[in-house]
Design a protein around this ligand. Structure first.
Ligand code: FCB
Length: 458
């Protein structure tokens, strides 16, 4: 069977500043919360840090050449706030801007559409010291930072993403405490959630007002299709709460100007005083929704689970790809649900991919057939959703290259390009990169079987 995408469908690959750049203290960059967090022993597997990462700060030219070699039409990267504004606000570090000037110009020269994200989690530490996202002022600092970048780059860049996965920022960073800044405080998490949304809305308005051309602006959320583990009323309720916690807590304010009642009710989130007044800003229209999706979630009630009485389980018969369940159908269901429940004009899949730790064979090839199978099946799910009328306009694979996978450090490899950290950071196109190049070229593929073993959790 042949899968062909609509003409103009945008193919790309994604990365994020802290995960690939390195050069953590070069040319005036100040520390971000991830520098601080990763340097505390025990926070990151093997105590890895992003100090060097994939050294993209020095290898950007070679990396753009690889993108060109892949025929990549678009590249999603993120700006590092502490490179641009080392004090978080105020005076601009021109060397930081220079780096992204060189990168953007090189991309344009290679006919690759730059698709930047303003914030992919690397808050300047100085701003965390002033209260971080739980501090309302951070929304204003973010707006100033967004305006500055749009003023500078919007002559050349028209597609912009404000935030990447605010759920991870507020819930993993300020409630579950497993990501930077490592805080566990539900009031802080509620305030962070609200100020991220406010910062997004304020930024969208400011960006449009300073733009040098009409912009396409969106926000990227991590969204998972949520199912109940059984038909018991407890499990059904648990799944509903989990869905509110992960998905609706950002979707509902953005599209309907309210928090889900489960969030303010059962889950007990207390938002800052007069928070309702901000919904007119938060609902400022966007041009597209960015969707990051890797897995679905099957949820059951668990009286012992903290901080909330729900737990995601590994359903029997399901298959795994190292970190997460392999569930292409979950992406289809998610997209159908978005179309049903929200007035989304356009969707970009801004991240999807899998970590596989295949090594390099003696002939210098990385035979990552499981990744090819994963990508083919997830991309097919996207295609099915488009056939059913979901307005998906593009797909970005996570990731262009292996990188620092947050609290798992370098132990997880999501790239379609292999990075040999031990061997002068050599880049090697994996088999999946060649497959992706062919997919881009043909705007689709013929369905094949690449991997027949069951996926297993590593
Ligand atoms: C997402 C992040 C991205 C990457 C992938 C695997 O949650 O946005 O930076 O780590 O997961």
């Amino acid at each position: 069977m042949e899968i062909r995408f609509p003409e103009g469908f945008l193919w790309g690959a994604a990365t994020a500043s802290y995960q690939i750049e390195g050069g953590w203290n070069e040319d005036g960059r100040s520390p971000s919360i991830w520098d601080t967090f990763s340097k505390i022993p025990g926070n990151i597997r093997h105590n890895d840090t992003g100090d060097v990462a994939a050294d993209h700060y020095h290898r950007w030219k070679e990396d753009v050449a690889l993108m060109k070699n892949l025929g990549l039409p678009a590249y999603r990267f993120s700006f590092a706030w502490p490179r641009i504004l080392p004090s978080g606000s105020g005076s601009v570090n021109s060397k930081g801007l220079d780096f992204y000037d060189r990168l953007v110009d090189e991309l344009l020269k290679a006919d690759i559409l730059p698709f930047p994200t303003l914030y992919h989690w690397d808050l300047p530490q100085v701003l965390e010291d002033r209260g971080g996202w739980p501090n309302r002022q951070t929304a204003h600092y973010f707006t100033d930072y967004a305006s500055l970048l749009v003023e500078h780059f919007s002559d050349r860049v028209s597609n912009w993403i404000t935030l990447n996965e605010p759920f991870v920022v507020s819930m993993l960073g300020y409630l579950e405490g497993i990501f930077a800044p490592g805080i566990s405080d539900q009031t802080a998490a509620a305030a962070a959630t609200h100020h991220l949304l406010l910062g997004h809305g304020l930024a969208v308005q400011a960006m449009r007002s300073v733009a040098r051309q009409p912009l396409q602006i969106g926000i990227t959320l991590n969204l998972n299709f949520t199912e109940s583990a059984s038909k018991s009323p407890e499990d059904l309720e648990a799944a509903r709460l989990r869905d509110a916690y992960v998905n609706r807590i950002f979707l509902d304010p953005l599209f309907y100007g309210k928090y889900p009642e489960e969030i303010t009710g059962k889950l007990g989130f207390n938002f800052p005083v007069d928070y309702q007044k901000d919904f007119t800003t938060i609902t400022t229209p966007i041009d597209f929704l960015g969707v990051n999706n890797y897995f679905r979630e099957v949820v059951r009630y668990d009286a012992d689970a903290a901080p909330f009485h729900f737990q995601t389980i590994q359903p029997e018969g399901s298959t795994y790809s190292e970190m997460w369940e392999f569930s292409p159908h979950g992406l289809y269901d998610l997209l159908m649900r978005l179309k049903r429940d929200y007035p989304v004009k356009a969707i970009y899949i801004t991240e999807n991919g899998t970590s596989i730790t295949d090594g390099i064979d003696a002939d210098s090839r990385v035979r990552d057939s499981r990744r090819i199978q994963y990508l083919q099946d997830y991309i097919t799910a996207v295609h099915q959703a488009i056939q059913k009328g979901v307005p998906v306009k593009g797909y970005f694979v996570w990731s262009l290259m292996d990188n620092f996978e947050w609290n798992r450090g370098y132990s997880r490899r999501f790239g379609i390009i292999y990075v040999d950290y031990e061997n002068s950071q050599q880049r090697i196109l994996k088999d999946s990169a060649r497959w992706y190049r062919e997919t881009i070229r043909q705007n689709g593929f013929k369905l094949k079987t690449y991997y027949t073993e069951p996926f297993a959790e590593a």
